[in-house]
Design a protein around this ligand. Sequence first.
Ligand code: NAP
Length: 247
Amino acid sequence: MGQFDGKVALVTGAARGIGQAIALKMAADGADLALCDLKAEWLEETAGKVKALGRRAECYSVDVSSAAGVDVTVKQIEKDFGKIDILVNNAGITKDGLIMRMSEADWDAVLNVNLKGVFLFTKAAMRGMMKQRSGSIVNIASIIGLIGNPGQANYAASKGAVIAFTKTVAKELSSRNVRCNAVAPGFIRTKMTDALSEEVQQKMLANIPLGRFGAPEDVANVVAFLAGDASGYVTGQVISTCGGMVM
Ligand code: NAP
């Protein structure tokens, strides 16, 4: 018996990195998976691994920042699976640069994916959750949204706003037994962080009390806790998953 037996989980940005680890943890705990990313074919690896765990996986192409695309996708998922129990808003991007040199396009791109995408998927999925009087939404923020970071004004603003949005959703939906929480990862080894120079990586490592970078699975375990009944009395919270970088 898994904690998510009979549950349907939707994960955005599930093709790789943290999103893939979250999908696999959910599947290992019994959930069926609706996997979303920009291109459905990129999701084949994740879907294959979910199916190998004995769970159902369907893949959907969607840009999380497109209102029309998100609406159509959530309707299709509800048709295919009959319901959505868990929504994990994980898709996110970076376009780093000092504010003085940051283009409007880079500001808009990051806010559109990291913040508007969370709004659109939440709005589309919450209707069904409110009707069924149960649901759990987990947003992937970042410790950068709590502490800021030079060169990441757009990213920090988007993730800080995701935290404020999380608390508002929690307050609006509590009466319908729908919870909403956020995870704020620190430095997690994925393609996103592999792009940083060795020098930057070593500087970050020096500031991590637990003395190691995180793995996508470290985040997935916290997401599973927040998505499941073990956290049934937890809503509107942010759990930093950062090896103690922020405390
Ligand atoms: P990643 O390896 O870059 O994976 C992100 C996934 O999201 C990719 O598959 C990406 O597709 C997809 N995606 C990007 N834009 C999208 C869009 N508009 N619509 C649909 N899907 C889209 O990143 P990650 O490191 O796993 O990060 C996952 C989440 O954790 C993000 O929200 C990130 O901000 C957050 N986070 C990560 C870290 C870290 O250290 N890695 C730390 C704190 C927070 P593409 O292949 O097209 O890019």
